[in-house]
Design a protein around this ligand. Sequence first.
Ligand SMILES: N=c1c2ncn([C@@H]3O[C@H](COP(=O)(O)OP(=O)(O)OP(=O)(O)O)[C@@H](O)[C@H]3O)c2ncn1[C@@H]1O[C@H](COP(=O)(O)O)[C@@H](O)[C@H]1O
Length: 114
Amino acid sequence: MAETPTVQHVLERLHATVMSRKGASPSLSHSARLMARGRDKIAQKFGEEAVECVIEAVKGNREAFISESADVLYHLVVMWVDAGLNPSDIWAELARREGTSGIEEKASRPQETF
Ligand SMILES: N=c1c2ncn([C@@H]3O[C@H](COP(=O)(O)OP(=O)(O)OP(=O)(O)O)[C@@H](O)[C@H]3O)c2ncn1[C@@H]1O[C@H](COP(=O)(O)O)[C@@H](O)[C@H]1O
């Protein structure tokens, strides 16, 4: 039986594909087109997709939420490539946080004075 791909492998493959599109023709690759338009545009698209994702989550539209989630992840991966980040950078940060409750982490932050 074929193994279900892990989210890690799917995102790493997507990252490799987007990396391979750097400098490709914007008329042939959406990733190349986005990267050619620059970081501000990539960030703007990510923000738009994130808002659309939130809207579908709140509305409880399961299929649309799944689709928008995929859009968010794709645009996040394009931002990683543009910034020179590797998925392993993010896996390492998530692994570092593993086992630390968010409540505990927030309580350990230096007290704000204002
Ligand atoms: N996962 C995706 C993916 N998700 C969404 N999109 C595209 O993102 C675009 C979003 O369209 P919008 O109209 O919102 O955005 P826009 O065209 O920038 O328009 P403006 O808002 O700027 O006017 C659509 O063309 C979608 O097809 C994606 N394009 C590519 N991928 C993956 O990236 C790989 C490489 O794709 P290319 O770079 O196109 O070869 C593909 O094999 C896929 O695995």
